[in-house]
Design a protein around this ligand. Sequence first.
Ligand code: FMN
Ligand code: SF4
Ligand code: SF4
Length: 274
Amino acid sequence: MKISRVRAVYFSPTGNTESVVKTIAGQLAEELDVSLQIYDFTLPENREEVPVFKPDGLIVFGMPVYAGRVPNKMLSFLQNHFKGEGALAIPVTTFGNRNFDNGLIELRNELEKNGFHTIAGAGIPTEHVFSDKLATGRPNGEDMERLAEFASEVSRKVEEMTEIPAPIEVRGDDPVGPYYTPLGTDGKPAVFLKAKPKTKTELCDKCGICAKACPMGSISAEDPAQVPGICIKCQACIKKCPVQAKYFDDPAFLSHVAMLEQNYTRRAEAELFV
Ligand SMILES: Cc1cc2nc3c(=O)[nH]c(=O)nc-3n(C[C@H](O)[C@H](O)[C@H](O)COP(=O)(O)O)c2cc1C
Ligand code: SF4
Ligand code: SF4
């Protein structure tokens, strides 16, 4: 099948999904000898214009898994703003060493509903934004090689394809199951839905980097210590603050992170579907 362009499309508050998607898409564009376009819909200002996809495109579409599913606050944007027009797509889910549960199958299903044809899929372990003890430093060089091999396999599939195949089979429940319930160290549900980051005001020079990095536009530009909007716990503000002034101190959130560190330090493997 002839493809005219590859597009890397992603939501990636702290950059793991971006690097995974760009690696796969870059390799595909090279092997198929077509141009590569990038659409990063992480920030609110990038979600105002709706991109047009043409049937002769191949889209590598990446989102991190949050609570075992597509990030809840991004679901309606995913459902309402992407029209595939018959383009081929590869759903890619990154996850923080616990499990991607139903995140990949949910992304596949939403892309299929939006008029894309999914031809491959990937669940990729990456460092957990909550703790650098989980999948530390991943994706690393070895992961990148694996992703490039995956892209080569997909590119061969595209070249040999004569008709649109059935939606790619990936791991997960269909219909998609419930969200994962975060647990604390006591094994009980850790409820931190309303937690928001705090600010060490003695360190903060009000540079505004955190406010610009927040995918929900929730941090006040005038006073970055204030978070009037919704917080999805993505950790972008924490990771991007140059003086480490942002932190979470919610006890339920910290207990969940401790539980993850107690139970999920084993090496998770990439799951690739072609
Ligand atoms: C709110 C939230 C929920 C998460 N839930 C899960 C999960 O259920 N399983 C898992 O393995 N990782 C989970 N993660 C980890 C992320 O999927 C992982 O760190 C991902 O690489 C972040 O992508 P990004 O760097 O593109 O923002 C969660 C992260 C956040 C912020
Ligand atoms: S990025 Fe850090 S230093 Fe800059 S405004 Fe935000 S909290 Fe303050
Ligand atoms: S305030 Fe919440 S949603 Fe905004 S960047 Fe920080 S962690 Fe993410």
